[in-house]
Ligand binder design. Structure first.
Ligand SMILES: Cc1cc2nc3c(=O)[nH]c(=O)nc-3n(C[C@H](O)[C@H](O)[C@H](O)COP(=O)(O)OP(=O)(O)OC[C@H]3O[C@@H](n4cnc5c(N)ncnc54)[C@H](O)[C@@H]3O)c2cc1C
Length: 462
């Protein structure tokens, strides 16, 4: 068998895993079913606008993000958040209200009642929870900071970042640092103060992108991989064979490799693993990804009343808005709109309102326009309007997720040479995907080296 590894899926996860193997000298082939690589990282330039239809930001707090930017020579076109980003907004009583970060700001915020502010402080005094059962983000935050804070601040955040509901997602899966602070210090707030004093990093994000948008990353990875990539190649089945695996591409034939990395979405992994590792297939099949729609709108500047001096806004469910949230794209990064114009994008659906994400494009544009008219005073016809439907948006890290992820991350223990990577295992952000893909490539490298070592010893002994 001459091929060391086949990577299935050409999103950021698969590309980064293949890059990690190729740069260690392994013979690798990446198979992608679409005609282009990048997966959900899709950037489009049209009429002077730069539109992100999927991810729009990289989290610099995760070292893999900055490292890959340097390694691929993308630093020259890297852009950090624009100076105009002074606020993050929350929709409160039908209006945008700047979210104050830091405890003092929170205590003077207009979007929380006096009782809710007092209740936040109770976190300093409340006893630590006993018993290690997984808890939802909503239960954890309500217990520590009160229900109003959890519903008005945390749930919108969870909807904006994970497309999910705080009442369903597992706190230990998505905010493990908060759980650890409670465990170590008895109080999240006390823990955060200690951690800051000790120079530790708090959960957070520092965002960046590139001049040509997020798609610059998969493009650079794909360029480096060159003819190791085969697009338009849909994997139908993986089966074990002597010395490795056979990868069945239906009418396009078969490939063989010593190892396989499945780097697809969870539901595809479930199908591909069904005959091979039923335990992993069942676990992958239990990870849902509700639909999401992204509506990008560009307006002449004079048609929008709001200063757009922020990242965008989030909405609490009780506000009954049609949008989960929105980004002020042209404030966030340079070059997102032509001179004299602004660009905003709306996020619709997710676990909160999956049916809304399935509405036809023109209906979604109508909804987004009407919400932007109400909330940021965007009047008249937009200069550009584009919709992207994601039938399966972001994977939901629900209660019990860590058990599922454990089963999925240990496929190689049950089937030597079989590895998984992707956004449903160790965090959905692009930076999380990069980090896990690099770890996976290292594990595959270790496996291949060990295997070669055994073969070398066997042939030397003959
Ligand atoms: C609307 C939206 C907004 C987001 N915003 C952000 C953000 O701002 N910041 C951030 O960090 N993250 C964001 N994310 C999350 C992030 O974009 C994704 O989690 C990440 O890009 C996933 O990469 P991946 O390679 O794991 O999966 P994917 O990008 O889904 O790639 C999987 C690939 O596998 C291929 N494939 C599937 N089946 C087969 C098969 N049988 N054979 C061959 N190939 C196959 C698919 O065609 C696809 O290309 C967002 C996601 C969405 C949907």
């Amino acid at each position: 068998m001459t091929r060391d590894a086949v990577v299935i899926g050409g999103g950021v996860s698969g590309l980064a895993a293949a890059h990690g193997l190729a740069s260690r000298g392994h013979k690798v082939t990446l198979l992608e079913r679409q005609t282009h690589t990048g997966g959900s990282a899709i950037t489009e330039r049209l009429g002077g606008f730069l539109m992100e239809h999927g991810p729009s930001t990289m989290n610099a707090h995760i070292p893999a993000a900055g490292q890959i930017s340097s390694e691929l020579g993308l630093d020259a076109q890297r852009c950090d958040l624009g100076v105009g980003v002074r606020n993050r907004y929350l929709v409160s009583a039908g209006k945008l209200s700047a979210i104050s970060t830091g405890p003092l700001g929170m205590l003077t915020a207009s979007y929380l009642s006096p009782m809710a502010k007092l209740r936040i402080l109770a976190d300093f005094l409340l006893p630590q929870r006993s018993g290690g059962k997984d808890e939802t983000v909503m239960d954890f935050c309500s217990r520590r900071f009160g229900k109003e804070f959890a519903e008005r601040i945390i749930d919108p955040m969870v909807a904006g970042i994970y497309g999910g509901r705080a009442s369903a997602l597992s706190v230990s899966a998505i905010f493990p640092k908060l759980v650890a602070l409670e465990e170590k210090y008895g109080s999240v707030s006390l823990g955060a103060m200690h951690a800051r004093r000790e120079g530790g990093k708090m959960p957070g994000s520092r965002l960046f992108s590139w001049r040509d948008g997020i798609a610059a990353l998969p493009r650079a990875l794909a360029l480096g991989l060159g003819n190791r990539i085969r697009t338009g190649a849909t994997v139908r089945r993986i089966s074990p064979c002597h010395g490795g695996f056979t990868i069945d591409l239906g009418p396009q034939g078969r490939l063989q490799a010593k190892s396989v990395i499945v780097a697809t979405q969870a539901h595809v992994a479930a199908q591909l693993l069904a005959g091979l590792d039923p335990q992993a297939a069942t676990a992958a099949g239990r990870i849902h990804a509700p639909p999401m729609a992204v509506v990008f709108l560009g307006y002449p500047r004079r048609q929008v009343a709001h200063s757009l001096d922020g990242l965008g806004f989030l909405t609490a469910e009780a506000e009954n808005r049609k949008l989960i949230g929105a980004q002020f794209c042209s404030t966030m990064f340079p070059g997102r709109a032509p001179a004299g114009h602004v660009a905003v994008s709306a996020y619709i659906g997710g676990a909160r309102a999956p049916h809304m994400a399935r509405l036809p494009g023109p209906e979604l544009i109508r909804l987004a326009r009407s919400e932007f008219r109400d909330l940021i005073g965007a009047e008249g016809e937009p200069s550009i309007a584009r919709v992207r439907h994601w039938p399966l948006g972001l994977p939901q890290y629900e209660i019990g997720h860590q058990g599922l992820a454990e089963v999925l991350r240990t496929t190689a223990r049950r089937h030597e040479g079989l590895f998984l990577t992707g956004n449903y295992l160790a965090g959905p952000s692009v930076a999380n995907c990069l980090h896990l893909a690099q770890e996976t490539a290292l594990a595959v490298h270790g496996y291949l080296e060990g295997r070669n070592d055994i073969q070398f010893r066997r042939s030397a002994a003959r």
